[in-house]
Design a protein around this ligand. Structure first.
Ligand code: HEC
Length: 177
């Protein structure tokens, strides 16, 4: 009898560990940035941007855009949120306009702040003005467009032939995923 109770106890404990393991794994997977197929699609559609990303962005944002240190994820699930992320403990994007305003006012002078990310044009303007962090604005416009094309192709947007540029950027939505 007692050995049976011990057995039941062990399986409950094992089950709990397994569950914790799966939950942890689930979280890890959602923070991985672009998948291999996202990267393959972006490689095919925006090869030039892939090179710019690797040379100018990946050292901070990660090879898959998964984010590192204080550089947020810019590829994968939940990346490129419409509203800037809450830089506090939760890490979730702020959507309340009043909170956004408070957050904006609380930002130290010179810290990057951004308008909502809705279209490729918004993403271009942000990256052109603020990135690469530490030498913002130093890439050629063509390289900014290329990297914007790369990010959006990886996120699943269908790019116009000839890629994204000033003529079409406002009509290309940033995919939500
Ligand atoms: C030296 C590190 C560094 C490099 C290089 C860098 N970034 Fe960033 N990036 C950051 C940090 C840190 C942030 C967070 C906002 C801030 O503090 O400016 C950020 C924010 C962003 C955001 C906004 C993400 C969001 O959810 O609000 C985008 C988009 C972005 N970077 C794109 C790029 C691109 C594209 C490149 C390459 C051309 C690049 N970054 C290069 C450090 C870097």
């Amino acid at each position: 009898m007692s050995s049976r109770i011990a057995y039941l106890g062990t399986s409950v404990v094992c089950g709990a560990f397994l569950l914790c393991g799966l939950v942890a794994l689930g979280c890890a997977v959602t923070q991985m940035g672009a998948t291999t197929s996202d990267l393959a699609r972006a490689h095919d559609q925006a090869g030039q941007g892939e090179t710019t990303f690797a040379n100018e962005c990946a050292q901070c944002h990660g090879q898959r855009g998964e984010g590192r240190g204080d550089a947020p994820a810019i590829l994968g699930t939940g990346a490129l949120p419409e509203y800037p992320r809450d830089t506090g403990s939760s890490g979730s994007p702020l959507t309340d306009p009043q909170l956004l305003q408070i957050e904006a006012q609380a930002r130290p002078a010179g810290a990057a702040w951004r308008d909502p990310f809705r279209t490729a044009q918004d993403l271009y303007e942000f990256t052109h003005t603020h990135m690469p962090r530490g030498h913002a604005g130093e890439l050629k416009p063509a390289d900014y467009w290329a990297v914007v094309s790369f990010l959006l192709a990886a996120q699943g947007a269908s790019l116009p032939t000839g890629g994204i540029g000033p003529a079409n950027a406002s009509s290309i939505q940033i995919p939500r995923r």
